[in-house]
Design a protein around this ligand. Structure first.
Ligand code: MBD
Ligand code: FE
Length: 292
């Protein structure tokens, strides 16, 4: 008999992994802001905090609670989680204002580059007997002018049936439910996977403590993460949600847009993921990319 050691998922471990991942792949230009811009942004940010202190007559007890909490966020490695949950959606909003093609939304803290390359029709890497309702996610990548984009790639990553992401929770194969799909010469792709579960912000870390202290809920709706790109076109980072799923209407990260909600239908013929654990659902979603 083999001993099965089940390591518990902890906020500190997933936070440390997210922090490390961010350090290795910070977007280009992050360190290049000029003095004028730093002055403007830092001054406005600090002034906004002063306004909150004055408006609510913040006490020394509250000031110390804030200081202690901020120290903890760093110790737990939860800055990526905190920022992506509560701030990133507005950065995405102002960045994509003039986009004509498909809507994007936030990336979140759990993207990992260089996932296994897969052909235009593929099953995502998954465990034998992976739990969850099979899902066939298919579509086409085109340009804003309607041209099918040969050579398009669809990077996809999502949580498993327990809401955990590989490389950010213990016990999962490295590339579980992560893939880099190369579309065919018509920009078509067919991805066999399973439905992800809703994601709960870890309750045992600083973000969880804030959520509990404020009486908020800790949930994101079930979602697929995607990065879609093609030569000569702008990469789009997005997420897709499931109609009727819990928290589609009250995502803690405020990243849901109506255009991003899928309505899968039961597969009529065959298995959605070809691994034989039920027929499952299928859905078609096409990506339209802006020219670079
Ligand atoms: C997630 O899975 C996620 O997508 C975001 C934005 C924040 C926390 C967890
Ligand atoms: Fe996510």
């Amino acid at each position: 008999m083999t001993d099965i050691i089940t390591e518990q998922a902890t906020a500190a471990a997933s936070g440390a992994a997210a922090t490390e991942q961010f350090r290795t792949r910070q977007r280009e230009g992050a360190a290049d802001a000029d003095t004028q811009r730093v002055d403007t942004l830092a001054t406005d940010l600090i002034t906004a905090v002063h306004d909150v202190v004055r408006r609510h007559k913040v006490t020394y007890a509250e000031y110390d609670a804030l200081k202690a909490w901020l120290i903890h966020v760093g110790q737990d490695g939860e800055w990526p989680l905190f920022l992506d949950v509560w701030i990133e959606h507005v950065v995405e909003e102002v960045t994509s204002e003039s986009r004509e093609g498909s809507k994007g939304t936030i990336e979140g803290p759990y993207y990992v580059p260089d996932a296994p390359r897969l052909p235009a029709e593929a099953t995502l890497p998954m465990r034998e007997g992976e739990e969850g309702t099979p899902l066939l996610f298919q579509g086409q990548v085109t340009s804003v002018d309607g041209t099918p984009l040969s050579g398009a790639t669809v990077e996809i990553w999502h949580a498993d049936n327990d809401g955990y992401y590989s490389q950010f929770a213990p016990g999962l194969p490295e590339w579980n439910l992560r893939g880099h799909v190369v579309a065919d010469d018509q920009g078509d792709f067919k991805i066999h996977t399973i439905h992800p579960a809703p994601y709960q912000i870890p309750t045992d870390g600083s973000c969880g403590r804030l959520i509990a202290a404020a009486g908020w809920h800790a949930w994101r709706p079930a979602h697929l993460h995607l990065k879609v790109s093609a030569p000569g076109h702008q990469l789009i980072t997005t997420q897709l949600y499931f109609q009727g799923g819990s928290h589609v209407g009250d995502d803690i990260a405020q990243a849901v847009k109506p255009e991003l909600v899928l309505a899968p239908t039961p597969v009529v013929d065959g298995d959605a993921n070809g691994i034989g654990n039920g027929n499952g659902n299928e859905v078609t979603y096409d990506f339209v990319l802006d020219k670079a």
